[in-house]
Design a protein around this ligand. Sequence first.
Ligand code: ZN
Length: 461
Amino acid sequence: MPKSPFFAACEHGPRPFGSVAWVLALLTLTVSQLALFGQAPAQQALPTLSVVVTPHGDNAPAQRDKPYLILVSIDGFRFDYARLYGATNLQSLARRGASAPKGMIPAYPSVTFPNHYTIITGLYPENHGIVANSFYDPARKQKFVYTDRSTSGDGSWYGGVPLWVLAERQGMRAACFFWPGAEAEIGGVRPTYNVLYDPRMPNEQRVNQVVDWLRLRPEQRPHIITLYFSDVDTAGHETGTDSPQTAQAVRRIDGLIGRLSAGIATLGLPVNLVVVSDHGMVNTQGPWINLQDFADLTGFQTVGPLLYPPDEAAAARVYAQLHNASDKFVVYRRSQLPARLHYSRSERIGDPVVVPTGPYLIRAYASNDPKEVPPKGMHGYDPQSMEAMRGIFYAAGPGIRPGATLAPFENVNVYPLLAKILGLETGPIDGDPNALQSILRMTSAPALRRPGALVPSQPQR
Ligand SMILES: [Zn+2]
């Protein structure tokens, strides 16, 4: 359960350049930033915004009249933050469209990479293969590390069909301004437009680029666009859920949602805006718990709290040693995990599997960093027994019924909803295509195309 958002600015520092080979293999365009909102030019230290373009041709004629969809993720935005901290633009989205007042339920474990990838594929982590932010693959004998572009940018780690791949395969252009998996060629397909992750990229530039993409001519204009913000997760980890810093991060990102809504309103296009988060946040209790204090992990591969045994006997032994060892966690053989967690089918999960019973910090081995400070906020816990793990869901636009509300639902159901909004056919998935049906407008096609249905509130300062 790493404490940083994906690609972890604070842990490893920004790494603006990835595999040079594949970047050069693609046509790289630098897109000048149009000052849509009259902002000052970027400061010197800020990164240049480069859009990696993978040409797939124009939007197919059958796709051009379809609506547009912007999918925004605000990492670590707990379901009750908007009300607690006065996120007026998100609350306005709820009035103009649909929301889940009691939150959206992440997949287990409630961490960034697995859940972003569940939202974008409609598969549980055990089925899409990204079972943690970092994990080991016993068959490959390799580690996947979300902050290491040599693995997070390697499509062979990723299962399922991300929405941008689904779209591109059906002749619909797609764009990603950051999303876990977006830098990889998955199923042989990349999004037409992509920006390599750089945490220093100013949030305003991200919003401007998304709106600029929608100003392209119809043949080139992406119909599905992803966008990602890390500020709220970072503040939650560093300062806890009740801090002024977290409240400020919530309002700052809410202001960007207002800016994005205002930008959309200038376009005269049928744009649906969906805002989600991958998980919530909870204040931690107690110091780190190191599994090495309870069990002999000799011969195991470990990644964070995940345990990979050298053989069955070692798995059985460590299970017995961890069983009833603490009231802070429960240990299962992988095949015995509760079915509701959908966390058994992949060898990448390890065996045995330790599930925290509360907001505790658990890992295999103690850190050797004497200056280590435990994070104040954390996530990753059982999202069905801990309400604080729930994220957000807001949706507004011509395809969405105003004022619709949803009881808490699993985020695996978002993908079929988005595919339906875009008129794309999905393959086999875990998500239920009917779970969120109630928020869709009773579609006559003209309603889907009605421009200007998304009216923003006043952008927040
Ligand atoms: Zn986090």
